[in-house]
Design a protein around this ligand. Structure first.
Ligand code: ATP
Ligand code: MG
Length: 365
């Protein structure tokens, strides 16, 4: 059986997971200690996979919630409580819920078998959330803390303006919970945890997650491609030179190359063919994205697609006519915030190698 050994778009573990030894060691020691953790990385670098792996291996009970999908403070309370229902026996929870100031409605969905919980929506009342967080604190113990992972944490501001203050007020007195805050908007997350006037100033230790190391990724790809081709090394290196070791796009391209190999056998330019297939399949998305950009965005992205020059350099500005440095700078920041660019240190690069390719191909047409 030559089942495709690559996987993208979902949380990965086991044979689909590689590298991250240092990060695993570091986060494991965090979970054992007294500190909270803040984990930052651009989209699809592998935050969720990494965190799930560490917590599963640690044997800790945990709750994972993506704040991006939360609509209101009542919704936040309901969703947290729903996840608590998944890991604790109902009888144990009943006792605590009885003392809530607002009692939620709890029903068993007969179709999904899941417990549905809702606090009456619309009042923007913070008491349900406070009650739920206090309950989680009581369910944990000092040497068996519960891990609460809040992903895309910067989205709390969209939910409610004063939510950061309220959360901090409750969380700072808790001893039986380890919080892991994650986010893909580096500047927003840094604002929350590094600005002196922010309620969460220095609430935990900040860690940034980089791409997977080129060396480890080469071995990972090579080992798998060796099962079906003797050109595994070449293929792996070509794939990584296109994706620049981005975890998601590398797995996506490797997956596509594998399919092509199985279907059509080896051809000299198969990584090119696979890349163009991916570009083609996203044509609509890329077109929509492109049309949502302004002229400065377009100029900068076109320049970055066609050259390896830093968009902040004089030469880039001369070649592509990008105008005032301050405009370029603020555009880069904004494009990074939107996830179109990645900022590593002080250098910017395009996030999606296939969008980059789309721009080049389209302009050639
Ligand atoms: N350690 C890893 N080894 C191999 N591939 C990985 C690893 N981590 C992530 N990937 C690849 O990247 C993809 C995205 O991973 P994951 O969903 O964990 O990232 P994320 O940062 O949580 O993404 P999002 O921004 O969408 O929440 C995975 O589906 C997988 O293809
Ligand atoms: Mg994630």
């Amino acid at each position: 059986m030559n089942e495709n050994p690559f996987k993208f778009g979902t949380v990965v573990d086991g044979q689909y997971f590689t590298d991250r030894e240092d990060e695993i060691a570091k986060i494991t020691s965090f979970i054992k200690g007294e500190n909270h953790l803040i984990l930052i990385s651009p989209r699809r670098f592998g935050k969720t996979s990494l965190i799930r792996k560490v917590i599963n291996d640690s044997g800790r009970r945990y709750v994972y919630l993506d704040i991006q999908l939360i609509i209101s403070t009542e919704d936040l309370a309901s969703q947290l409580l729903k996840r608590i229902y998944r890991i604790f026996p109902v009888q144990k929870l009943k006792r605590y819920i009885k003392s809530f100031r607002l009692i939620p409605s709890v029903i068993m969905n007969p179709v999904t078998g899941e417990t549905e919980i809702s606090f009456k929506p619309g009042s923007a009342d913070l008491t349900p959330l406070e009650d739920v967080l206090n309950m989680i604190e009581k369910l944990g113990t000092d040497n068996k803390k519960i891990v609460v992972v809040l992903d895309e944490f910067q989205d709390i501001f969209r939910i409610n303006n004063g939510l950061d203050r309220m959360l901090r007020a409750v969380m700072q007195n808790q001893k039986n919970i380890t919080y892991i805050f994650m986010g893909s908007s580096e500047s927003m997350i840094r604002n929350i945890f590094e600005r002196k006037d922010s309620p969460f100033y220095r609430f935990g230790s900040l860690m940034t997650l980089a791409k997977i190391s080129r060396e480890k990724f080469t071995l990972f790809l090579e080992e798998r491609f060796l099962k079906i081709t003797d050109q595994a090394k070449d293929l792996s290196e070509t794939i990584l030179s296109i994706t620049d070791s981005h975890p998601y796009y590398t797995q996506q391209l490797a997956f596509t190359v594998w399919e092509l190999l199985i279907r059509s056998g080896k051809t000299p330019d198969m990584v090119e063919v696979a890349s163009n297939d991916i570009v083609q399949s996203h044509d609509n998305d890329y077109e929509r994205l492109w049309n949502s950009l302004n002229r400065t965005d377009m100029t900068i992205l076109t320049g970055m697609s066609g050259s390896n020059l830093s968009p902040l350099s004089d030469e880039f500005s001369r070649l592509f006519g990008t105008g005032a440095a301050s405009t370029v700078f603020s555009t880069l920041l904004r494009l990074a915030q939107k996830g179109i660019l990645i900022k590593e240190g002080s250098a910017y690069s395009m996030d999606d190698p296939f969008f980059k390719r789309w721009i080049i191909l389209r302009r050639k047409m």
